[in-house]
Write a protein that binds this ligand. Structure first.
Ligand SMILES: Cc1ncc(COP(=O)(O)O)c(C=O)c1O
Ligand SMILES: N[C@@H](CCOP(=O)(O)O)C(=O)O
Length: 474
């Protein structure tokens, strides 16, 4: 691994925004040319360095994996302190434990954080990194984020009450589960603002991007992002690919992962782990019937359609932000090419990927889509075979793993991205069992809710935020 990490540089996938250091990339979110920041180079670990992590705690591995992306921006002792604090509240001391569901099949339980979904793993450290940087600079920011349910609850939990930050979270009205909505709207801290948008998650995400692309507004409210457009989110998610692969025998063995996918952030973290030297055999893109990602892998055509509601609502997404980061690597980091593809996406709703580049990508990525019936049948089967309740997003991952796995000898880890109690209705319907919320969430359904409703209109949204954000432009 290169020890020369002092000045880690970040570049935009569209090639024209300024290169930034770690802290600026973190606070900037979306690049000013509309692209996403990625490190100028992927750091790499030797086999011996990966082997040395066997027996390390989650926190120790997190430090080793994230440090090369942070460089000198945070002194080691401070970073270690933030990592310890981030995971202290998790309900399992391994943070992301593995449990076996078949002879060579595993679930990685990513739902032991405060809001019961994998987003907590990154959000808990991200909030601390933000606070650290802002306190050092004596600055405040305004976070605006889009959620299909889980990012929003994790972000609100991580940023509530923080002096440095106001947070505005947009969710698609009526399209998140009751537990997800209440996890957001019952947080009444003065710096938290929930907004239900009359539209889909894609509309919410497009509104956030429009705010970022309005440079005047962006500078005025000191806009920052906590969606996976923010590199810090992806960075923190790389860690659990390392901990799980090492627990199952890496670097001596290769491991495959099936990843329930919507915005392509979580699976992109797996791709980065592979670039860093982790021996990953296969990464399976698991989608529900909003299957734009499985279609692009099969046909090469990325074509946006209507978002369809499913029992895995957090993945009801068509415009998948982080696919742009993969395209950047597929096109040898040619920012102009990526900008062209993204332009065609916004002008005509789609673009095509060259067949030869796709063929190379398919060496690592498989893709499968689970229908609603298949998702329900998988929840039922896993319950019958193992006595476990799994949530519908996890079920999509398990189904895709069954369909796409190559080689029975390679351990297959499905990312279990949410606790079943976040989506009780479909789980209870097929198993007859009601997945209970943990005791610490008792009273969630009795608490007062606070949430505004706005049309899918960027002007109305920016006016609403401007009135409430406490940041005043310098
Ligand atoms: C429970 C759950 N599973 C899977 C996903 C998909 O993750 P990603 O958007 O990183 O692909 C999400 C949200 O994004 C989620 O909330
Ligand atoms: N499924 C997500 C959608 C937003 O994705 P992100 O990873 O880009 O924040 C959610 O639950 O909000």
């Amino acid at each position: 691994m290169s020890r020369e990490t002092e000045g880690v540089k970040y570049v935009s996938t569209r090639g024209t925004a300024p290169e930034l250091g770690f802290e600026e990339a973190l606070l900037t979110g979306l690049a000013r040319d509309g692209g996403l920041y990625v490190p100028a180079e992927w750091p790499s670990f030797s086999e011996a360095e990966i082997r040395a992590l066997s027996g390390a705690s989650y926190e120790e591995t997190a430090f080793a994996v994230m440090k090369p992306f942070i460089g000198g921006a945070v002194p080691d002792e401070d970073l270690k302190g933030m990592i310890e604090a981030a995971y202290a509240s998790f309900g399992h001391k391994s943070v992301a434990p593995l449990s076996q569901i078949g002879p060579n099949d595993w679930l990685m339980e990513l739902y032991h954080g405060p809001t019961l979904a994998f987003k907590d793993v990154a959000m808990q450290i991200l909030a601390r990194l933000f606070d650290y940087a802002l306190a050092r600079r004596g600055e405040r920011i305004t976070i605006v984020g889009a959620t299909s349910g889980d990012t929003g609850s994790a972000a609100i939990e991580a940023f509530k009450g923080r002096e440095t930050t106001d947070i505005f979270i947009l969710h698609p009205k009526g399209r998140v589960s009751d537990v997800q909505r209440r996890q957001m709207t019952t947080v009444l801290d003065a710096n938290v603002h929930n907004i239900a948008i009359e539209g889909s998650f894609d509309d919410c995400q497009a509104l956030v991007k429009a705010l970022f692309n309005d440079h005047g507004f962006r500078d005025e409210i000191r806009l920052a992002g906590v969606n996976s457009i923010n590199w810090g989110r992806v960075m923190a998610q790389i860690v659990y690919y390392f901990t799980s692969a090492i627990a199952l025998g890496a670097p001596a063995r290769t491991i495959s992962f099936s990843v329930p996918t919507g915005n392509f952030g979580d699976i992109f973290a797996g791709y980065v782990a592979k670039q860093m030297g982790l021996p990953i055999e296969q990464l399976i893109i698991a989608t529900n019937r909003n299957d734009i990602l499985s279609r692009v892998m099969t046909s090469g055509r990325y074509e946006v359609g209507e978002v369809m509601p499913t029992m895995s609502p957090s993945m009801d997404i068509q415009v998948s932000s982080n696919f742009e980061r993969l395209l950047f690597d597929m096109y040898e980091r040619d920012g102009a090419k990526v900008a062209g593809l993204m332009n065609s996406l916004s002008q005509s709703g789609g673009f095509s990927v060259d067949e030869e580049r796709l063929a190379l990508t398919r060496r690592l990525f498989g893709a499968a889509r689970a229908s609603e019936e298949e998702t329900a049948a998988t929840i039922e089967r896993i319950f019958k075979e193992t006595g476990r309740l799994i949530d519908p997003h996890t079920a999509v991952g398990v189904k895709a793993a069954e369909e796409k796995r190559q080689g029975k000898d390679v351990p297959m880890v499905t990312l279990s991205t949410a606790h079943p109690a976040k989506f009780p209705a479909p789980v209870e319907k097929v198993t007859g069992q009601h997945p209970a919320l943990p005791a610490r969430m008792e009273g969630l359904f009795e608490r007062e809710e606070r949430c505004a409703t706005l049309a899918n209109d960027v002007k109305a949204l920016s006016a609403y935020i401007r009135e409430r954000a406490r940041v005043v432009a310098a």
